[in-house]
Design a binder for this molecule. Structure first.
Ligand SMILES: Nc1nc2c(ncn2[C@@H]2O[C@H](COP(=O)(O)OP(=O)(O)OP(=O)(O)O)[C@@H](O)[C@H]2O)c(=O)[nH]1
Ligand SMILES: [Zn+2]
Length: 217
């Protein structure tokens, strides 16, 4: 099924706008779907412990997939020009990453590292972490997530360059399927100076590698 005709809300293109032509089912319909899955798993949705599970899962989905409600462009709109001529790279490393893979709907846990070379304007650093969440709290593959974060920062801030590196542990590989633990998927998108200038890229990579490289998957 292609992105064009997929019946779920999802980002288009490089990923800052959402399809709005899709109708969200009611809470009641979502709960009925969870009930069906409980039966499918082989359990009894009417036993005491599972009675509230459909409504909990529906609420939990709102939280886990809150990124569909967030506009990353808006998050990056507020920037500051009073930086006393600061024109070196800004790096935010080890941003906790929590996402869900679009194939199995199980967690991807890891870290994001973001660098950019400001062109006279900087953004509040928490906004970079919020942009990670805006895209991560959707159904994702890691390559697309990486590109979306980098492209959003590049499009809105128009910096001299952007670098995004993600390290992710995919639970669809650790708790099911091939069952390989301790595997990190590493993806990167380098734009502008980080793509064209080897020294800039090296400086960024040495900054993000200057610490213990472990995370809980
Ligand atoms: N490239 C990429 N692959 C991913 C990502 N997350 C999960 N996958 C892979 O997506 C693939 C889906 O493959 P399928 O053969 O359709 O699904 P499956 O039968 O459940 O595959 P197994 O996981 O091998 O059991 C698997 O190889 C996953 O490891 C991701 O972020 N990027
Ligand atoms: Zn998966």
């Amino acid at each position: 099924m292609t992105e064009q005709n997929s019946p779920i809300l999802q980002p288009t293109g490089t990923g800052t706008s959402l399809r709005c032509d899709l109708v969200r089912p009611s809470q009641q319909e979502a709960e009925a779907a969870v009930r069906t899955l409980l039966l499918w798993a082989g359990d009894d949705p009417d036993r005491e412990g599972l009675l509230d599970t459909p409504s909990r899962v529906a609420r939990s989905y709102r939280e886990l997939f809150a990124g569909y409600e967030t506009d990353p462009v808006q998050l990056l709109q507020r920037s500051f020009e009073e930086v006393a001529g600061y024109d070196e790279m800004v790096v935010l490393r080890d941003i906790r990453l929590e996402s869900h893979c679009e194939h199995h709907m199980v967690p991807i846990i890891g870290r994001a590292h973001i660098g950019y070379m400001p062109r006279g304007r900087v953004v509040g650093i928490s906004k970079l972490a919020r942009v990670v969440d805006a895209f991560a709290k959707r159904l994702q593959i890691q390559e697309k997530l990486t590109a979306q974060i980098a492209n959003a920062i590049n499009d809105v801030l128009d910096p001299l360059g952007v670098a995004v590196v993600l390290e992710g542990s995919h639970q669809c590989m650790t708790t099911r399927g091939v069952h390989k633990t301790g595997v990190a998927m590493v993806t990167s998108t380098m734009l502008g100076a980080f793509r064209d200038d080897h020294a800039t890229r090296r400086e960024f990579l040495s900054i993000i590698n200057g610490r213990a490289n472990t995370f809980e998957g």
